[in-house]
Write a protein that binds this ligand. Structure first.
Ligand code: F6R
Length: 243
């Protein structure tokens, strides 16, 4: 069942969600968290950093798995999602480096890298709390609208719109945005025990409307969240405009 919570603005949303993550970690210190990158979680990560600085959140026993990474660039590349996470969250909380899991975009064998990642999720006992964002085209992770969706972690060709919205990470140069990525698959995401989808801003209002009111369709990968028992959509008013 999709539960929906609407906040007046992004700031209130970020504070509340940082509190949720802190509480989940307090209840289960070895929590396994699935994390997104992108514009949407930046404030949430900022709030978690503030809580971290005041000793109000403890990541010391937590494990994290990020959803996706660009293919063809190493973690040291400033445009990588790994670098993004380091900047916005990992450097600001007391997380243990060895429990940060990331897809390696520079892996020589990308398919083997995907299998390694699924096995790592499995051996961590699965994901307890998966945070996801949503693309304006309805993608989650890098599971783009298509005739078929992949279940497991896999290699994807990015849509032009997705590359455009990531250009800022590459100095605004669209040509520098990798054309492929590695992403958790739909089943990897849907096997998480709890899923929280964050969406803010007017540009997300139509896909949120389709997610809530529309059918299950591979044209809107996020619509498959309707199958999960414990999903919450956490929105600001702009993203909730058409509900
Ligand atoms: C990124 C990811 C993507 C984003 C989505 C929304 O790790 O998984 O699915 O969540 O593209 O991006 P923003 O938040 O920039 O609108």
């Amino acid at each position: 069942m999709l539960r929906i919570t609407v906040f007046p603005d992004e700031r209130a949303l970020a504070k509340q969600e940082a509190g949720r993550v802190a509480a989940a970690l307090a209840a289960k210190p070895d929590l396994v968290l699935g994390l997104p990158t992108g514009r949407t979680p930046v404030r949430l990560y900022h709030e978690l950093g503030l809580l971290g600085a005041h000793g109000q959140v403890d990541f010391s026993r937590a494990t994290t798995f990020n959803l996706d990474e660009f293919l063809g660039i190493p973690w040291s590349h400033p445009g990588s999602y790994r670098a993004f996470m380091e900047q916005h969250l990992f450097s600001r909380v007391n997380i243990a480096a060895e429990r940060i899991h990331f897809l390696d975009g520079a892996a020589l064998d990308p398919d083997a890298e995907c299998r390694r990642y699924d096995a790592a999720v499995e051996s961590a006992g699965g994901i307890d709390l998966q945070l996801v964002g949503i693309g304006t085209n309805g993608h989650i992770g890098f599971n783009e609208p298509a005739r078929e969706l992949a279940g497991r972690t896999h290699r994807v060709t990015l849509k032009a719109s997705t590359r455009r919205s990531n250009a800022a990470l590459f100095g605004g140069e669209l040509a520098s945005v990798p054309s492929e990525a590695l992403s958790m698959g739909m089943a990897t995401i849907l096997h998480a025990r709890q899923i929280v989808l964050l969406a803010t801003g007017k540009s997300k209002a139509r896909c949120i409307e389709r997610l809530v009111k529309g059918p299950l369709t591979t044209k809107l990968p996020a619509s498959f969240l309707q199958l999960h028992r414990d999903v919450e959509l956490v929105l600001d008013q702009a993203a909730a405009e058409f509900l």
